[in-house]
Design a protein around this ligand. Structure first.
Ligand SMILES: *Cc1c(COP(=O)(O)O)cnc(C)c1O
Length: 689
C-alpha cells in the first residue's frame, strides 16, 4: 500500500506544481487526509510553490515541515544552497517527511526540476524519490520533444526500481493542439506501457489568481486527471455514503448509552462519530480530523494505526484469537508477564491478568484481603484509601474511591473504608504551602495508621497524581513516605498505576520516580498502547506464597475473568513494550515534558486559570470563577464541557474532569502537535471563560 506519490517533471517549467496542487486538491475533495511536501524549492519568492501546494491541500502544517529548504536563486537546489550558504541536510528532509506522513494518510511530494537534478553534491531528486519509497507520477509537456523526455524519465525510474503510476500531460502554451501534440500521449503510453492519467488543457498562471478562486480552478484541473490509480486502497474501501453516515448518528442516539455522559444533553447534540485514526489524529464520519488530546481516554501511546501494533494483532490472529488461562497457558501471556516483571519496580514478580483497570483493582483488593486472612492476620480486613481517589467503577473499586460526584449515590452498596486526606496543594486542607509545609499532611495519615493498623489489610493509592479527581499532583517525597508508613505499620501497599503506568509521568511507572516498590501494582490503560482491553495486577513473591497450600485447604485465589490473558491483547501489549525500547520512547519524552512545562506558563495569563498541574505528560488546568478567592464555577455552568466543545472547533479533542481541562496526548506526539493542542486549549479557555 502506497501512502503517497512523488511528482516529477520531465523538465523544468512543465507545470509540476499546478498538477501536484490539483492532485492534492482532488484527493482532498475525496475526503482523504492529504499532506504535501516540497522538500527543496529554489526561485522561492515569498512562500512560492510550497505555499501554493499547502493552500491547495488546505493543510495547517508548519511551512518548515512542508518545505524544509527554500532558496531565492532560480537554479538547481544544490547550486542555490551553495549560493545562499545554507547546506541541505537530507536527513532533515526525511525526518520532515516522516512527521508529515504520520500526520496524514497520503502525501503528495513535489520534486525539484527534473528527475536527475542534484539536491546536494551527488544526491539527486531521483535518489530522494527512491529513499522516500513513493511511486512516481510524471508530469510531461504536451509539445514537441516530449516523447524523448518522457520515455527517458520512465526508463530512469525503472532503473532505480521506482514504480511509475502514470503520466499527466500538461499543455503549457496557449495555442491550438497540433497533430503531434494530440497523438503524443497515446504514442508514449503504447511505447512505455504506462497509463496516461490525464491531459490538462492550458491554464493561465494560477498564482495570479487569488485564494478560493484558485482552488476552484485546481478542482477543475483535478477532474481532468484520473486520480483512482493514486488513491490508497484503505481510503477506497468501506466508505459510507452521506446517508449511511446520517443513519449512524441517529442510531448512536437511539441505541447507545454513553458512559459518564448525561444522555439528555447528548440526545440534543450533533454526535461526533469517529471512524478512523492515524498517528495523533482521529477522523469523524464527516471527514473532519481532530488531534487526539487525551489519547482516546489515556490509553494511546504510539499513535493510531501504528504499523508494528497492527501487525502484532494480525500475526496473532493467524495463530489463535483466544484460549483460556484457567489451567492452561498461552504464548503471548507468558512472554508479556516476563516483560512486565522486567520493567516493573524491583520485587514485583507475579502477574495476574484481567481486562480493565477496575478489575485489576478488584483483584488487588481481594488478593490483599485473602493474603492477610491466609497468613494469620484475620483481623486485618479494612482498607485505607484517599479522599478524591478514583480506582474504577465496579463496586469494590468504587468502595475505595473518594470522589463524591461519582461515588456518593452508591454508598449503601459499598463496603466501609478508612479515608485519609490527600494532597491538593492548590486548596490545601491544612492551609499550608509547599514546600514550607514539610508534608505535614502525612501526619494525618500516620495518625490513622498508628491507631488502626491492626485492622488494616492494605492502603491503596494512585502514586504521584490522582488522575480522575482532576490531575491532583502529590508533592515530591510523598509516595516514598507513604511506602515507609505502610511498612512501618505492617500493611500492604497497593499502587494503582492504571493511569500513570507505561511512561505517562516520564518514568515507566510513577513509583519509580521515588524508587518505591509497592506490594501490589495495578496496570491497564496504556498496556496495549491503546489497542485492546487488558489489565494486570502484579504482586510480590511473598504475597503469591500466601496462596500456596495443599489443595484441600482451599487457599486458591478463586478469581478469573473469562477473557483473562487474551492472546490478541497480550500480543499487542508485547509489541507495545518493544516499541518503548526500539523508539527510545521514554528518553524522548523528557524534551516534550519540558516543552509542555514551558508552554503551560502562558496559561497563567488567562483570567480564569486557577491552577496548572503537570506530572510528566499528564496535565490538568483548573478553571475558577475567581482567581483571587479560588471560587469554583457552579456545576450547572458546565464550564469544562463548554471549553472542550470550543476546542473541537480548533480541531482538538479533549475531555474535562469537572472544571479541570485535561491534556494527556499520545506519548509519541511531536512538539508541533503538542503546540496544536496547547494553542487549541488556550484559545478555547480564552473564548469560553
Ligand atoms: C481509569 C482508571 C481506573 C479504571 O480503569 P478502567 O479500565 O476504566 O476500568 C482505575 N484506576 C485509575 C487510577 C484510573 O485512572
Amino acid at each position: 500500500m502506497n501512502n503517497g506519490i512523488f511528482v516529477i517533471g520531465t523538465d523544468t517549467g512543465v507545470g509540476k506544481t499546478v498538477i501536484s496542487a490539483a492532485i492534492a486538491c482532488g484527493l482532498k475533495a475525496g475526503r482523504i487526509n492529504i499532506g504535501v511536501m516540497k522538500p527543496v524549492q529554489s526561485g522561492g519568492h515569498a512562500g512560492g510553490d510550497a505555499q501554493f501546494l499547502m493552500k491547495a491541500a488546505g493543510v495547517s502544517d508548519s511551512f518548515d515541515l512542508a518545505c524544509p529548504y527554500s532558496f531565492k536563486p532560480p537554479v538547481a537546489p544544490a547550486l542555490a544552497a551553495k549560493l545562499e550558504k545554507q547546506p541541505i541536510s537530507i536527513d532533515k528532509i526525511k525526518e520532515s517527511f516522516k512527521v508529515l506522513s504520520q500526520r496524514h494518510d497520503f502525501m503528495v511530494v513535489e520534486g525539484a526540476g527534473g528527475f536527475h537534478v542534484p539536491i546536494k553534491d551527488k544526491y539527486l531528486v531521483s535518489d530522494l524519490a527512491t529513499e522516500l519509497g513513493l511511486p512516481v507520477v510524471i508530469v510531461s509537456r504536451l509539445g514537441l520533444g516530449t516523447i524523448n523526455h518522457t520515455l527517458l524519465t520512465i526508463e530512469a525510474c525503472r532503473q532505480k526500481g521506482i514504480e511509475v503510476l502514470g503520466i499527466v500531460f500538461n499543455q503549457t502554451e496557449n495555442k491550438p493542439l497540433s497533430v503531434t501534440e494530440k497523438t503524443n500521449p497515446g504514442t508514449i503510453s503504447k511505447l512505455s506501457g504506462i497509463p496516461v492519467l490525464g491531459v490538462v488543457p492550458y491554464n493561465p498562471s494560477l498564482r495570479a489568481i487569488k485564494g478560493s478562486e484558485a482552488i476552484s480552478v485546481l478542482r477543475k484541473i483535478a477532474k481532468k486527471i484520473n486520480l483512482k490509480p493514486l488513491i490508497p486502497a484503505f481510503s477506497r474501501k468501506g466508505r459510507r455514503s452521506q446517508e449511511q453516515n446520517q443513519k449512524l448518528k441517529t442510531w448512536d442516539k437511539k441505541y447507545v448509552w454513553h458512559p459518564f455522559t448525561q444522555m439528555k444533553d447528548y440526545e440534543k447534540e450533533k454526535p461526533i462519530i469517529i471512524e478512523e485514526g492515524k498517528g495523533s489524529y482521529i477522523k469523524d464520519t464527516d471527514g473532519k480530523w481532530y488531534i487526539d488530546g487525551i489519547s482516546s481516554l489515556w490509553v494511546n501511546v504510539h499513535g493510531h494505526r501504528k504499523k508494528e501494533l497492527d501487525d502484532a494483532i494480525r500475526n496473532q490472529l493467524n495463530k489463535i484469537a483466544h484460549s483460556t488461562l484457567l489451567g492452561l497457558g498461552n504464548a503471548p501471556s507468558v512472554e508479556l508477564a516476563k516483560k512486565l516483571v522486567e520493567i516493573a519496580p524491583k520485587g514485583l514478580s507475579k502477574v495476574f491478568y484481567s481486562d480493565s483497570g477496575s478489575t485489576a483493582v478488584e483483584i488487588a483488593l481481594k488478593i490483599a484481603f485473602q493474603y492477610q486472612q491466609q497468613t494469620g492476620n484475620t483481623r486485618k480486613t479494612k482498607f485505607v484509601s484517599f479522599v478524591n481517589a478514583y480506582h474504577g467503577d465496579t463496586i469494590g473499586s468504587v468502595s475505595v474511591g473518594g470522589m463524591d460526584l461519582f461515588h456518593k449515590i452508591y454508598k449503601p452498596m459499598l463496603f466501609n473504608t478508612i479515608k485519609a486526606s490527600a494532597p491538593y496543594c492548590y486548596r490545601c486542607h491544612l492551609g499550608l504551602k509547599h514546600p514550607a509545609c514539610k508534608l505535614k499532611c502525612l501526619a494525618g495519615l500516620e495518625n490513622i495508621l498508628k491507631k488502626q493498623n491492626r485492622e488494616i489489610a492494605a492502603l491503596i493509592i494512585e502514586p504521584l497524581i490522582q488522575g480522575a479527581a482532576g490531575m491532583l499532583t502529590q508533592p515530591k517525597g510523598y509516595i516514598r513516605k507513604v511506602r515507609e508508613l505502610c511498612t512501618k505499620y505492617g500493611m500492604l501497599m497497593i499502587a494503582d498505576e492504571v493511569a500513570t503506568g507505561f511512561g505517562r509521568t516520564g518514568t515507566m511507572f510513577a513509583c519509580q520516580h521515588e524508587n518505591v516498590t509497592p506490594d501490589i501494582m495495578c496496570v491497564a490503560k496504556s498496556i496495549t498502547g491503546g489497542y485492546l482491553p487488558l489489565a494486570a495486577t502484579l504482586t510480590t513473591q511473598q504475597i503469591y506464597n500466601g496462596f500456596l497450600a495443599d489443595y484441600s485447604r482451599q487457599k486458591t485465589f478463586f478469581h478469573g475473568h473469562t477473557y483473562t490473558g487474551n492472546p490478541l491483547a497480550c500480543a499487542v501489549a508485547i509489541a507495545n513494550l518493544e516499541l518503548y525500547e526500539k523508539e527510545k520512547l521514554i528518553p524522548k519524552l523528557q524534551g516534550k515534558i519540558a516543552f509542555l512545562r514551558n508552554e503551560l506558563q502562558r496559561f497563567h495569563e488567562l483570567e480564569h486559570v486557577g491552577d496548572i498541574r503537570q506530572q510528566g505528560m499528564m496535565v490538568g488546568i483548573e478553571l475558577v470563577k475567581n482567581k483571587k478567592t479560588k471560587l469554583d464555577y457552579a456545576y450547572s455552568e458546565k464550564i469544562g464541557i463548554r471549553v472542550i466543545k470550543e476546542a473541537r472547533k480548533h480541531g482538538v479533542i479533549l475531555r474535562p474532569l469537572g472544571p479541570v481541562i485535561v491534556l494527556m496526548p499520545p506519548l509519541s506526539i511531536s512538539i508541533n502537535e503538542l503546540k496544536t493542542i496547547l494553542d487549541g486549549a488556550y484559545k478555547s479557555i480564552q473564548t469560553t471563560c
